[in-house]
Write a protein that binds this ligand. Structure first.
Ligand code: ADP
Ligand code: MG
Length: 378
Protein backbone atom coordinates (compact mmCIF):
# COMPACT_ATOMS: atom_id res chain seq x y z
CA UNK A 1 0.00 0.00 0.00
CA UNK A 2 1.17 3.54 -0.75
CA UNK A 3 0.26 6.91 0.76
CA UNK A 4 -1.56 7.67 -2.52
CA UNK A 5 -3.96 4.83 -1.73
CA UNK A 6 -5.01 6.60 1.46
CA UNK A 7 -6.84 9.22 -0.63
CA UNK A 8 -5.22 12.14 1.11
CA UNK A 9 -5.39 15.73 0.02
CA UNK A 10 -2.81 15.77 -2.81
CA UNK A 11 -0.87 18.71 -1.38
CA UNK A 12 0.24 16.59 1.60
CA UNK A 13 1.85 13.87 -0.50
CA UNK A 14 5.03 15.78 -1.50
CA UNK A 15 5.61 16.60 2.17
CA UNK A 16 5.34 12.94 3.14
CA UNK A 17 7.78 12.05 0.38
CA UNK A 18 10.16 14.79 1.54
CA UNK A 19 10.37 13.09 4.95
CA UNK A 20 11.53 9.97 3.14
CA UNK A 21 8.40 7.96 3.95
CA UNK A 22 7.87 5.61 1.01
CA UNK A 23 4.92 3.65 2.27
CA UNK A 24 2.72 3.84 5.36
CA UNK A 25 3.69 1.75 8.37
CA UNK A 26 1.06 -0.77 9.59
CA UNK A 27 -0.37 1.61 12.22
CA UNK A 28 -0.49 4.45 9.68
CA UNK A 29 -2.22 2.23 7.15
CA UNK A 30 -4.98 1.40 9.57
CA UNK A 31 -5.23 4.51 11.71
CA UNK A 32 -5.21 7.22 9.04
CA UNK A 33 -8.45 6.13 7.27
CA UNK A 34 -10.24 5.69 10.60
CA UNK A 35 -9.16 9.10 11.86
CA UNK A 36 -10.07 10.79 8.59
CA UNK A 37 -13.59 9.43 8.96
CA UNK A 38 -13.80 11.31 12.24
CA UNK A 39 -14.01 8.21 14.42
CA UNK A 40 -12.51 7.99 17.90
CA UNK A 41 -9.45 5.81 17.94
CA UNK A 42 -7.24 3.95 20.36
CA UNK A 43 -4.03 3.02 18.55
CA UNK A 44 -1.61 0.68 20.25
CA UNK A 45 1.57 0.02 18.32
CA UNK A 46 5.20 -0.54 19.21
CA UNK A 47 7.75 2.15 19.94
CA UNK A 48 9.16 3.54 16.70
CA UNK A 49 6.29 2.28 14.54
CA UNK A 50 5.25 5.70 13.20
CA UNK A 51 2.39 6.69 15.49
CA UNK A 52 3.10 10.44 15.14
CA UNK A 53 2.23 10.64 11.44
CA UNK A 54 -0.82 8.48 12.21
CA UNK A 55 -2.42 11.51 13.83
CA UNK A 56 -0.57 14.38 12.10
CA UNK A 57 -1.64 13.34 8.60
CA UNK A 58 -5.38 12.99 9.30
CA UNK A 59 -5.46 16.26 11.24
CA UNK A 60 -3.88 18.17 8.35
CA UNK A 61 -6.10 16.36 5.90
CA UNK A 62 -9.19 17.30 7.87
CA UNK A 63 -8.20 20.96 8.07
CA UNK A 64 -7.52 21.06 4.33
CA UNK A 65 -10.90 19.54 3.48
CA UNK A 66 -12.83 22.07 5.55
CA UNK A 67 -12.31 25.76 4.85
CA UNK A 68 -10.85 27.41 7.92
CA UNK A 69 -12.79 30.15 9.62
CA UNK A 70 -11.33 33.01 11.63
CA UNK A 71 -9.27 31.21 14.26
CA UNK A 72 -8.56 33.91 16.81
CA UNK A 73 -6.96 31.86 19.58
CA UNK A 74 -9.31 28.96 18.97
CA UNK A 75 -7.31 25.94 17.83
CA UNK A 76 -9.23 23.17 16.11
CA UNK A 77 -6.81 20.42 17.03
CA UNK A 78 -5.11 19.93 20.37
CA UNK A 79 -2.26 17.47 20.84
CA UNK A 80 -1.19 16.73 24.40
CA UNK A 81 2.12 15.10 25.24
CA UNK A 82 3.92 14.40 28.53
CA UNK A 83 7.21 16.24 28.01
CA UNK A 84 8.54 19.44 26.46
CA UNK A 85 11.03 17.52 24.36
CA UNK A 86 8.28 15.38 22.87
CA UNK A 87 6.13 18.47 22.26
CA UNK A 88 8.92 20.00 20.18
CA UNK A 89 9.43 16.79 18.26
CA UNK A 90 5.74 16.37 17.40
CA UNK A 91 5.58 20.04 16.38
CA UNK A 92 8.44 19.43 13.96
CA UNK A 93 6.46 16.69 12.24
CA UNK A 94 3.43 18.99 11.92
CA UNK A 95 5.66 21.68 10.44
CA UNK A 96 7.35 19.33 8.00
CA UNK A 97 4.02 18.01 6.77
CA UNK A 98 2.36 21.42 6.41
CA UNK A 99 4.79 22.92 3.88
CA UNK A 100 3.33 24.60 0.79
CA UNK A 101 -0.29 23.73 1.44
CA UNK A 102 -2.94 25.53 -0.65
CA UNK A 103 -4.10 27.22 2.54
CA UNK A 104 -1.64 27.89 5.31
CA UNK A 105 -2.17 25.74 8.40
CA UNK A 106 -0.58 27.09 11.53
CA UNK A 107 0.69 24.92 14.32
CA UNK A 108 2.18 26.11 17.57
CA UNK A 109 4.00 24.32 20.34
CA UNK A 110 3.72 25.46 23.96
CA UNK A 111 5.42 24.05 27.06
CA UNK A 112 6.69 25.20 30.41
CA UNK A 113 10.13 26.21 31.57
CA UNK A 114 10.34 29.04 29.06
CA UNK A 115 8.77 32.48 28.97
CA UNK A 116 4.99 32.47 28.43
CA UNK A 117 4.63 35.85 26.69
CA UNK A 118 5.87 34.87 23.23
CA UNK A 119 3.52 31.86 23.39
CA UNK A 120 0.57 34.12 24.22
CA UNK A 121 1.37 36.36 21.28
CA UNK A 122 1.87 33.48 18.87
CA UNK A 123 -1.52 31.98 19.74
CA UNK A 124 -3.36 34.25 17.36
CA UNK A 125 -4.59 32.34 14.32
CA UNK A 126 -3.33 28.94 15.45
CA UNK A 127 -5.08 25.88 13.99
CA UNK A 128 -3.15 23.16 15.75
CA UNK A 129 -1.77 23.42 19.26
CA UNK A 130 0.79 20.97 20.62
CA UNK A 131 1.12 21.33 24.38
CA UNK A 132 2.16 19.92 27.69
CA UNK A 133 -0.78 20.06 30.14
CA UNK A 134 0.66 22.47 32.72
CA UNK A 135 1.50 25.24 30.29
CA UNK A 136 -1.76 24.80 28.42
CA UNK A 137 -3.64 25.51 31.66
CA UNK A 138 -1.42 28.50 32.40
CA UNK A 139 -2.31 29.93 29.00
CA UNK A 140 -5.99 29.25 29.60
CA UNK A 141 -5.86 31.04 32.95
CA UNK A 142 -4.29 34.06 31.23
CA UNK A 143 -7.12 34.03 28.69
CA UNK A 144 -4.57 33.50 25.95
CA UNK A 145 -6.49 30.57 24.52
CA UNK A 146 -10.03 29.39 23.94
CA UNK A 147 -10.48 25.63 23.73
CA UNK A 148 -14.17 25.72 22.90
CA UNK A 149 -13.67 24.92 19.22
CA UNK A 150 -11.33 21.98 19.49
CA UNK A 151 -12.61 19.33 17.09
CA UNK A 152 -9.85 16.78 17.54
CA UNK A 153 -7.99 15.92 20.72
CA UNK A 154 -4.88 13.76 20.54
CA UNK A 155 -3.23 12.14 23.53
CA UNK A 156 0.17 10.89 22.49
CA UNK A 157 1.70 8.52 25.04
CA UNK A 158 -1.93 8.18 26.12
CA UNK A 159 -1.35 5.85 29.06
CA UNK A 160 1.12 8.33 30.53
CA UNK A 161 -1.26 11.25 29.96
CA UNK A 162 -4.04 9.40 31.73
CA UNK A 163 -2.10 8.10 34.67
CA UNK A 164 -2.07 9.58 38.12
CA UNK A 165 0.69 12.12 37.51
CA UNK A 166 -1.44 14.12 35.07
CA UNK A 167 -4.87 13.31 36.45
CA UNK A 168 -5.77 16.68 37.93
CA UNK A 169 -4.53 18.71 34.98
CA UNK A 170 -6.18 16.43 32.45
CA UNK A 171 -9.51 16.63 34.23
CA UNK A 172 -9.31 20.41 34.12
CA UNK A 173 -8.49 20.32 30.42
CA UNK A 174 -11.33 17.91 29.61
CA UNK A 175 -13.75 20.30 31.29
CA UNK A 176 -12.64 23.08 28.94
CA UNK A 177 -13.10 21.07 25.76
CA UNK A 178 -16.34 20.66 23.82
CA UNK A 179 -18.11 17.45 24.79
CA UNK A 180 -18.53 16.53 21.16
CA UNK A 181 -15.13 16.05 19.61
CA UNK A 182 -12.90 13.45 18.07
CA UNK A 183 -10.47 11.69 20.42
CA UNK A 184 -7.33 10.00 19.13
CA UNK A 185 -5.25 8.08 21.66
CA UNK A 186 -1.88 6.54 20.88
CA UNK A 187 0.58 4.53 22.92
CA UNK A 188 2.98 1.64 22.78
CA UNK A 189 1.78 0.39 26.14
CA UNK A 190 -1.70 0.05 27.49
CA UNK A 191 -2.47 0.24 31.16
CA UNK A 192 -5.43 -0.64 33.32
CA UNK A 193 -6.03 3.06 33.95
CA UNK A 194 -6.33 3.55 30.23
CA UNK A 195 -8.74 0.70 29.65
CA UNK A 196 -10.86 2.12 32.47
CA UNK A 197 -10.73 5.70 31.32
CA UNK A 198 -11.21 5.11 27.65
CA UNK A 199 -14.84 4.27 28.34
CA UNK A 200 -15.29 7.79 29.63
CA UNK A 201 -13.12 9.44 27.04
CA UNK A 202 -13.82 7.59 23.83
CA UNK A 203 -17.11 7.29 21.98
CA UNK A 204 -17.58 4.05 20.07
CA UNK A 205 -13.85 3.91 19.33
CA UNK A 206 -12.01 1.87 16.78
CA UNK A 207 -9.32 -0.03 18.68
CA UNK A 208 -6.22 -0.89 16.69
CA UNK A 209 -3.65 -3.10 18.29
CA UNK A 210 -0.74 -3.73 15.98
CA UNK A 211 1.48 -6.35 17.50
CA UNK A 212 1.31 -9.52 15.50
CA UNK A 213 4.74 -10.73 14.36
CA UNK A 214 3.54 -10.55 10.77
CA UNK A 215 3.01 -6.82 11.10
CA UNK A 216 6.04 -5.81 13.13
CA UNK A 217 9.43 -7.45 13.25
CA UNK A 218 11.54 -7.32 16.38
CA UNK A 219 14.23 -4.71 15.84
CA UNK A 220 15.37 -4.26 19.42
CA UNK A 221 18.04 -6.76 20.42
CA UNK A 222 18.43 -7.25 24.15
CA UNK A 223 21.46 -8.26 26.17
CA UNK A 224 22.33 -7.97 29.82
CA UNK A 225 25.10 -8.05 32.38
CA UNK A 226 25.05 -9.10 36.00
CA UNK A 227 27.17 -6.45 37.64
CA UNK A 228 27.66 -5.05 41.12
CA UNK A 229 26.98 -1.36 41.70
CA UNK A 230 30.65 -0.48 42.12
CA UNK A 231 31.60 -2.08 38.80
CA UNK A 232 28.87 -0.41 36.72
CA UNK A 233 30.98 2.65 35.86
CA UNK A 234 33.99 0.63 34.68
CA UNK A 235 31.70 -1.75 32.75
CA UNK A 236 29.99 1.17 31.02
CA UNK A 237 33.33 2.62 29.94
CA UNK A 238 34.54 -0.81 28.87
CA UNK A 239 31.47 -1.34 26.68
CA UNK A 240 31.62 2.10 25.10
CA UNK A 241 35.30 1.64 24.25
CA UNK A 242 35.42 -2.02 23.29
CA UNK A 243 32.30 -1.84 21.12
CA UNK A 244 33.36 1.54 19.71
CA UNK A 245 29.96 3.03 20.51
CA UNK A 246 29.46 6.36 18.77
CA UNK A 247 26.02 7.20 20.12
CA UNK A 248 24.59 5.71 23.28
CA UNK A 249 21.68 6.69 25.49
CA UNK A 250 22.18 5.66 29.12
CA UNK A 251 19.26 5.55 31.57
CA UNK A 252 19.57 6.08 35.30
CA UNK A 253 16.80 6.33 37.87
CA UNK A 254 17.51 9.84 39.16
CA UNK A 255 18.79 13.14 37.85
CA UNK A 256 21.48 13.15 40.48
CA UNK A 257 22.77 9.79 39.33
CA UNK A 258 22.59 10.88 35.69
CA UNK A 259 24.85 13.84 36.48
CA UNK A 260 27.29 11.63 38.35
CA UNK A 261 27.52 9.02 35.61
CA UNK A 262 27.98 11.67 32.92
CA UNK A 263 30.65 13.46 34.96
CA UNK A 264 32.58 10.21 35.52
CA UNK A 265 32.53 9.44 31.80
CA UNK A 266 33.65 12.95 31.00
CA UNK A 267 36.55 12.68 33.46
CA UNK A 268 37.58 9.50 31.70
CA UNK A 269 37.75 11.21 28.34
CA UNK A 270 34.35 10.19 26.98
CA UNK A 271 32.06 12.97 25.69
CA UNK A 272 28.95 12.83 27.82
CA UNK A 273 26.17 15.05 29.07
CA UNK A 274 23.03 14.52 31.09
CA UNK A 275 19.35 15.37 30.77
CA UNK A 276 16.70 15.32 33.48
CA UNK A 277 13.88 17.35 34.98
CA UNK A 278 16.06 19.32 37.37
CA UNK A 279 18.00 20.99 34.57
CA UNK A 280 16.94 24.28 33.03
CA UNK A 281 14.95 24.03 29.83
CA UNK A 282 17.74 25.58 27.80
CA UNK A 283 20.20 23.01 29.16
CA UNK A 284 17.73 20.20 28.39
CA UNK A 285 17.20 21.39 24.83
CA UNK A 286 20.93 21.82 24.27
CA UNK A 287 21.81 18.39 25.65
CA UNK A 288 19.31 16.62 23.41
CA UNK A 289 20.34 18.67 20.38
CA UNK A 290 24.05 17.93 20.89
CA UNK A 291 23.30 14.24 21.32
CA UNK A 292 21.09 14.05 18.23
CA UNK A 293 23.68 15.82 16.11
CA UNK A 294 26.44 13.50 17.30
CA UNK A 295 28.37 16.27 19.02
CA UNK A 296 28.05 14.41 22.32
CA UNK A 297 28.57 10.67 22.28
CA UNK A 298 26.80 9.67 25.47
CA UNK A 299 23.60 11.11 26.90
CA UNK A 300 22.77 10.03 30.43
CA UNK A 301 19.06 10.48 31.05
CA UNK A 302 16.21 9.80 33.40
CA UNK A 303 12.85 8.52 32.21
CA UNK A 304 12.13 12.11 31.19
CA UNK A 305 13.13 11.14 27.69
CA UNK A 306 12.06 7.51 27.72
CA UNK A 307 8.73 8.48 26.15
CA UNK A 308 8.39 9.14 22.44
CA UNK A 309 11.76 10.73 21.76
CA UNK A 310 13.00 9.81 18.31
CA UNK A 311 16.74 9.81 17.74
CA UNK A 312 17.53 8.89 14.18
CA UNK A 313 19.07 5.39 14.02
CA UNK A 314 20.18 5.41 17.64
CA UNK A 315 22.24 2.21 17.86
CA UNK A 316 22.52 1.72 21.64
CA UNK A 317 20.50 2.10 24.81
CA UNK A 318 22.00 1.12 28.15
CA UNK A 319 19.96 0.64 31.32
CA UNK A 320 22.57 1.61 33.89
CA UNK A 321 19.89 1.13 36.51
CA UNK A 322 16.73 -0.91 36.13
CA UNK A 323 13.51 1.07 35.82
CA UNK A 324 10.86 0.43 38.42
CA UNK A 325 8.14 -0.59 36.01
CA UNK A 326 8.18 -2.94 33.03
CA UNK A 327 6.43 -0.22 31.04
CA UNK A 328 9.33 2.16 31.54
CA UNK A 329 11.61 -0.62 30.37
CA UNK A 330 9.59 -0.94 27.14
CA UNK A 331 9.80 2.79 26.47
CA UNK A 332 13.49 3.11 27.35
CA UNK A 333 14.65 0.29 25.09
CA UNK A 334 12.21 1.59 22.46
CA UNK A 335 14.46 4.60 21.84
CA UNK A 336 16.47 2.20 19.69
CA UNK A 337 15.27 -0.20 16.98
CA UNK A 338 13.00 2.38 15.36
CA UNK A 339 11.74 2.77 11.80
CA UNK A 340 13.21 -0.48 10.41
CA UNK A 341 16.68 0.06 11.92
CA UNK A 342 17.96 -2.51 14.39
CA UNK A 343 19.39 -1.53 17.74
CA UNK A 344 20.85 -3.05 20.87
CA UNK A 345 19.60 -2.42 24.39
CA UNK A 346 21.97 -3.48 27.16
CA UNK A 347 20.76 -3.82 30.73
CA UNK A 348 22.82 -3.81 33.92
CA UNK A 349 21.38 -5.99 36.67
CA UNK A 350 22.68 -6.39 40.21
CA UNK A 351 22.23 -9.75 41.93
CA UNK A 352 19.69 -8.23 44.30
CA UNK A 353 17.55 -7.16 41.35
CA UNK A 354 17.33 -10.61 39.76
CA UNK A 355 13.72 -11.12 40.75
CA UNK A 356 12.54 -7.69 39.64
CA UNK A 357 14.40 -8.16 36.39
CA UNK A 358 12.63 -11.49 35.76
CA UNK A 359 9.29 -9.78 36.29
CA UNK A 360 10.19 -7.18 33.66
CA UNK A 361 11.26 -9.81 31.13
CA UNK A 362 8.09 -11.80 31.71
CA UNK A 363 5.94 -8.72 31.05
CA UNK A 364 8.02 -7.98 27.94
CA UNK A 365 7.57 -11.58 26.79
CA UNK A 366 11.26 -11.55 25.92
CA UNK A 367 14.27 -13.63 26.80
CA UNK A 368 17.70 -12.17 27.44
CA UNK A 369 21.14 -13.76 27.43
CA UNK A 370 23.00 -12.63 30.52
CA UNK A 371 26.75 -12.25 30.93
CA UNK A 372 28.30 -12.36 34.39
CA UNK A 373 30.61 -9.35 34.43
CA UNK A 374 32.79 -11.05 37.06
CA UNK A 375 34.14 -13.21 34.23
CA UNK A 376 35.18 -10.14 32.24
CA UNK A 377 38.37 -8.20 32.62
CA UNK A 378 38.09 -4.45 32.41
P1 ADP B 1 6.28 6.12 17.49
O1 ADP B 1 5.54 7.37 17.86
O2 ADP B 1 5.40 5.00 17.06
O3 ADP B 1 7.28 5.70 18.52
P2 ADP B 1 7.44 7.88 15.50
O4 ADP B 1 6.19 8.47 14.99
O5 ADP B 1 8.29 8.69 16.40
O6 ADP B 1 7.14 6.46 16.20
O7 ADP B 1 8.28 7.39 14.25
C1 ADP B 1 9.48 6.68 14.42
C2 ADP B 1 10.43 6.98 13.25
O8 ADP B 1 9.91 6.42 12.06
C3 ADP B 1 10.60 8.46 12.99
O9 ADP B 1 11.96 8.72 12.74
C4 ADP B 1 9.78 8.71 11.76
O10 ADP B 1 10.27 9.77 10.99
C5 ADP B 1 9.88 7.40 11.03
N1 ADP B 1 8.71 7.08 10.18
C6 ADP B 1 7.42 7.28 10.49
N2 ADP B 1 6.61 6.86 9.50
C7 ADP B 1 7.41 6.37 8.52
C8 ADP B 1 7.16 5.79 7.22
N3 ADP B 1 5.94 5.63 6.75
N4 ADP B 1 8.23 5.39 6.52
C9 ADP B 1 9.49 5.55 7.01
N5 ADP B 1 9.79 6.10 8.19
C10 ADP B 1 8.76 6.51 8.96
MG1 MG C 1 5.46 8.52 19.53
Amino acid sequence: MSFEDLKLHPSILPNIAALGYESPTPIQMQAIPVAIKGRDLLGIAKTGSGKTASFVIPILNQLLSNPLGERNRKPEALVLVPTRELALQVADVFKALSQNLPQPIQSLVVYGGVSINPQMKAMYGVNILIATPGRLLDLQRSNAIDLSEVKTLVLDEADKMLNLGFKKEMQEIFDLLPKKRQNLLFSATLSEQLSGLNNVLLTDPVVLEIDSPAETEELINLSGYFVSDDRKGPLLRHLIKSQKMKQVLVFTSSGNKADKVAWKLYKNGIDASSIHGKKSQSARTQALKDFKSGKVKVLVATDLISRGIDINELPYVINYELPRSPKDFVHRVGRTGRAKTEGLAITFVTREETHHFKVILKKMKRYMDMVDSETLEF
